[in-house]
Structure formats: C-alpha cells, structure tokens
Design a protein around this ligand. Structure first.
Ligand code: HEM
Length: 273
C-alpha cells in the first residue's frame, strides 16, 4: 500500500529564525539580559534537548503525532474519545483504590460509604467512575460503528479490528467485575446472575464460573478475585492492546471517508489523532 510521506513539523513548532540584532541568548534587544519568561522557555528547550540526545524519542513521537489524516470529520474523534474515557476511568479508579477495601465481611460496603459520604470529593470521584464506565461503553460502540460503516475493518486493517473486538470484550469485563465491588444487595445478586450466565457457555462455562467465583461457591474470596481482575488483570491487558491498536493506526494511516471518490485526492490535514 503506498504510504503518505511524513509531513513536516507544523510551523508553530519549528525553531524561529533569529532576527537581526538578536543575540546568542535569544534576547531581541541585544542587551544580554534575559527575561524570566525567556529563561523558562530556554530551560524547557534544554531539558527536551537533553532527553532527546540520550533517547532519540523525538523521531518516534513525530512519526506518531504528525501524520496526514482525513480533513474535519467528527466521526474520527470517537476513538480518541474512548481513549480519554479510559484514561479518566484509570485516574478516578486509582483514587477510589486508595480508600476501597475488598473485604466481603462488610468492609467493602463500609469503605464505599466512607468514600461517598466522608472522603474529600469522594462522591464526585465515585460518580465520575460509575458514570464514566457507561460513557466508555457507549463511546466504544459508537467508535466500532464508525469503523464498521467506513469499511475500516477491511485490508490492511483487519488486525486493528480484531484487537478492537478484544478491547470491547475487555471493556465489558471491566463493567461486569466493577459492578460487584460496592458489595450491596444489587451488586451481589446481579453478579450471581452474571456468573451463572457465564456458566451456561458450552464446554468452558463451568470452568469460567468456577474461575470467577474463585471456587464452587460464591464466597469471601470471590470479591478479591473480582477486585484483582478489575484492578490489575483487565486494565493491564487493555493498556497493552490499546498500545498495539494505536501503533497500527499510526502505521497504516486512517481510512478515507466512504464518500471520497476513487479518483479524488482526499482532503488531508496535518493533525493529531
Ligand atoms: C479501548 C477501546 C478503543 C480505543 C481507545 C480505540 C482507539 C482508536 C483510535 C484513537 C483510533 C484512530 C481513529 C479514530 O479515532 O477513529 C482507532 C482506530 C480504529 N479502531 Fe479503535 N479503539 C478502541 C476500540 C475499538 C473497537 C472495539 C474496534 C472494533 C471492533 C476498533 C476498531 C478500530 C479500527 C478498525 C480503526 C482504524 C480506523 C481507520 O483506519 O479509519 N477500535 N481506534
């Protein structure tokens, strides 16, 4: 597949040419005095240069960030919106984990009550996490719909699609395992129903439900099992798969909108995805 050449760095990020009379410090007046703002800017540039000299990261970042993408269409923002929802879930989840106790003898419910009623901004953070889960599920379905209707699953992007399907399943697994954590009546009974539904899957069903319950019966370790899956296993997999997903998006480029005619050059913009 022909690849578009890497576009040049946008003008605003290119080093400015020196004006006549500008001295070596970048000071316009040639007075040798450097304003605090100029000094801060210079310090920032020096730090970036220092890191880049040792890591050569800037080439990779340029490859990832500055690419030609189809011009001005909101449908293309749904993947980034899903990514943003995931990041928001990660950050609010970290703060919730600072107070939550996966204790099935009453501690879990008590810790949730503490978060909502007493902890500073607890109700806000818990609300963000709870509603954010639904937002992420809605966004991921919309993003999947966009890629489907734009035919973005076809050659050469089949792997991007397959990884997307796994990401969808993992996102639903996050919702399922997170639902038990408040450990109130609704969480308990809804999870029993969910685990039983998993148990009806052909061949693997009984093994899946035993794995989820951490044994043949729903017990104290079931909560720890769900917490570990929700906090460590699934987020780890999601982070790894999003990285591969985005690598493939950067490598293969974005599908042009289906209404672009074959003989028409798509309108392209240098932008971040
Ligand atoms: C955590 C979940 C996901 C994240 C963070 C994510 C992120 C992204 C981003 C940022 C893009 C760039 C273009 C765009 O935004 O539309 C993209 C492209 C793509 N995604 Fe996802 N995605 C996710 C889930 C999915 C799912 C569930 C599918 C489908 C089953 C999917 C299939 C694709 C495909 C085929 C492309 C290439 C689009 C094209 O070339 O036009 N992704 N994804």
């Amino acid at each position: 597949m022909p690849r578009l050449p890497t576009p040049p760095i946008p003008k605003v990020l290119q080093p400015k040419p020196k004006r006549p009379g500008q001295n070596g410090n970048g000071n316009e007046h040639g007075s040798g005095k450097v304003s605090p703002a100029e000094a801060a800017q210079e310090a920032g540039v020096t730090v970036v240069d220092w890191i880049d000299e040792r890591t050569s990261l800037s080439g990779g970042l340029r490859w990832l960030m500055f690419r030609k993408v189809p011009h001005g269409n909101w449908f293309y923002t749904l993947g980034s919106a899903t990514l943003f929802a995931f990041l928001s879930q990660t950050i609010t989840g970290v703060f919730l984990a600072m107070y939550y106790r996966p204790d099935a003898t009453g501690g879990a419910y008590e810790s949730m009550r503490y978060i909502v009623d007493d902890a500073f901004l607890g109700q806000f953070v818990r609300g963000m996490h709870k509603w954010g889960a639904s937002v992420m599920v809605i966004l991921i379905f919309l993003h999947m719909g966009r890629t489907f209707f734009f035919g973005a699953y076809k050659y050469p992007r089949e792997m991007t699609w397959i990884i997307g399907v796994v990401l969808l399943i993992l996102t639903l697994a996050m919702s399922f395992t997170g639902y038990l954590l408040p450990f109130d009546d609704r969480a308990y009974w809804a999870t029993i129903v969910g685990v039983n539904i998993n148990g009806t899957a052909p061949f693997l069903g009984p093994y899946i439900s035993d794995f989820l319950r951490a044994g043949p019966e729903f017990g104290a370790t079931t909560l720890s099992r769900f917490y570990a899956i929700h906090m460590l296993l699934v987020p780890g997999l999601i982070i790894a798969l999003i990285s591969v997903h985005l690598y493939l998006v950067a490598k293969l480029g974005i599908t042009a909108p289906p209404w672009t005619k074959p003989d028409e050059e798509p309108e392209l913009d240098v932008a971040e995805v």
